[in-house]
Design a protein around this ligand. Sequence first.
Ligand SMILES: NC(=O)c1ccc[n+]([C@@H]2O[C@H](COP(=O)([O-])OP(=O)(O)OC[C@H]3O[C@@H](n4cnc5c(N)ncnc54)[C@H](OP(=O)(O)O)[C@@H]3O)[C@@H](O)[C@H]2O)c1
Length: 293
Amino acid sequence: MVIMQKSISTEQGSVVHRGGAAADSWSTRRWRQRLRGRYGPWALVTGASDGIGRACAVELARAGMNLVLAARRKDLLEQLARELEDQHGVEARSVVVDLASPQGVGLLLRETSSLDVGLVIASAGFGTSGSFVEGALPAELQMIDVNCRAVAEMAHGFSQRLVKRGGGGLVFLSSLVAFQGVPRAANYAATKAYVQSLAEALYHELKPRGVDVLACAPGPVHSGFAARAAMTMTMAQTPDEVARGALRALGYRSTVRPGFLAKALELSLKLLPRWGRVRVMALVMAGMTRGHA
Ligand SMILES: NC(=O)c1ccc[n+]([C@@H]2O[C@H](COP(=O)([O-])OP(=O)(O)OC[C@H]3O[C@@H](n4cnc5c(N)ncnc54)[C@H](OP(=O)(O)O)[C@@H]3O)[C@@H](O)[C@H]2O)c1
């Protein structure tokens, strides 16, 4: 678990878009300026090797923010760091870290201690599916380590740091499954309920201290997630849509369901009592795990 890579640096706050920036609308440019001004110069993104974390890192680089990219797959992190530096003129570093390990978050805190990190995106996470009782307990406990224990440690360590620096932002990846029990994803949904609840509460604790907290609760997203969780997703959002939705909502509310699909799914469940939502989710998960153990 080591920092491996750094590269070219840019003048603080200057954005060198080397591709496609001319096509950005005025509101997009304003939004990116706000991101950089309020949360720059450095952002830490966990789960940056794939999916939503990777998409957040790309969006932040487009906004001219320097990035610390964290996950386990060194090659993917190094490749992304090179791409961000080449295409957006920012500085990108990689930290290879296993957040299931009790030492993982400590390493992240140490490796970022000399950087002015104003934004933390805690996207690393994974799910399982199928019968909880028949499933392997070690995988479920490891999921609690990554999705909950590491998130709690990050929330604690980086909140202290952000309060001390006078402001910043924290984004946590919740899910639409966080709002009711989900048969055949029982433990995963429980881990996301933890994240959702933590973020909602921290939003209020930290707002008066200048730190914006957001729970991002997407529906199904096309990423590496489904394969690892042994789920089949027919209808799903893109990681880019989720990343943009989250970064646009940060600072304005405590929870966002990013994109049309997440909002439509929320609306379709909203009128049901909690027990009814559990039953609907049981049917949904039966479809998503058909053919799996
Ligand atoms: N995809 C969905 O349908 C969906 C829906 C709602 C919420 N979410 C949540 O969104 C977050 C991101 O998911 P995603 O869709 O982007 O999935 P993904 O494409 O599988 O990405 C997960 C990321 O987490 C990292 N990761 C997993 N285990 C780790 C560990 N032990 N230590 C360090 N990093 C670890 C992975 O990197 P390495 O493998 O390189 O370590 C990867 O970068 C998760 O918290 C997930 O629960 C996903």
